[in-house]
Write a protein that binds this ligand. Sequence first.
Ligand code: PMP
Length: 388
Amino acid sequence: MVVATDNYPSSNARRIPPTNISPNTILELEKGDPVVFEKYWKKRSEECSVVIRGWELMSYLGDAKNDVCWYMLPEVERGIRRLHHVVGNAVTHDAHIVVGTGATQLFQAAVFALSPPHSSKPINVLAAAPYYSEYQDEISILRSGLYQWGGDAASYEKNEPYIEVITSPNNPDGTIRGPVVKSEAKGKLVYDLAYYWPQYTPITHQADHDLMLFTFSKCTGHAGSRFGWAVVKDIEVARKMTRYVQMSSIGVSKESQTRVAKIIGVVCDGYQNFGSMESELYFEYSKRLLRERWGKLWAVIDESKLFSVARYPMAFCNFTNESSEPSPGFIWLKCEEGIEDCESYLLGKLKIRARGGKRFGVDSKYARISLIGTDGDFNEFLKRISNA
Ligand code: PMP
């Protein structure tokens, strides 16, 4: 379907640059590896470098004075609060910061902290379909006596306590979400805001929930640092999360924390007019890059009879001071024309590895494709679907 409401960049949108990828090569677009942002950090290579000497950062401790998250370096906490203040995407005053080895560890820490410790039955953990494909496995892998996977939050009918995970913008489909469970029972909420950053979606408000998760992986693209943070209102919940991280990894790598503090500092300095102003500011750059990709994608999808993607509504972004459509990190592709299994079709016919709808709790007509990979992979993807 063609909808003429496009404010994505359209000049040159129809031109797909050539790639040196052979048509027989399988395009690996199944994972959301954020290497698209590498070019930006290459340009700022010097100012973002950190040197760690052999004798430094040897202690387990990060800040003996912090009675909530003792392994966190003080400069990391300051950096996280400063970043949310600069971007305006979350309220952090009156809340505690707990850091973890990625949002992956913190999600499990959150569920542990919110589960009733003495209940006779595990609490149900729910998310509305299509939900982030890893939640189910992360909840189920250890067959915990505290919590269990309860499936699609929208069809939860039990009158039993639950934990609902709200992913907004959502992975895989980029939609803005709120809680959906309709139950008389008491529910606790975890907000996974991994993609609530200006490059993916307009920042419409400062999120102010009891428990919010963020990740360095999707904010700046440094997934390899394995670093995430939680903003938590209740001190006892924050302490229980810390306890979980302590049991699982006795804290978070100080090397990673040092790099996080450095890079967040460079991002914030740019906005607060400190340091070098030679390079484009990070969120402007990353938003422009993703919007250019979406512009190219719409040019192909609008012509396609085999594939469709749902349109996103415009919204005003308080951070960039302009209205725009979101530019999510994934393409949530629907196969049309009688193709029942989108993942198999993409792999079999086009040699594109995607993640099928079933993993996200929905129909196999859908598949998720990463939009945050290399330029070469993205252009080759466009070429293959436009020729399909
Ligand atoms: N939540 C969502 C919604 C994600 O998409 C991801 C990464 N794909 C994570 C959590 C995990 O992030 P991390 O790399 O910090 O473990």
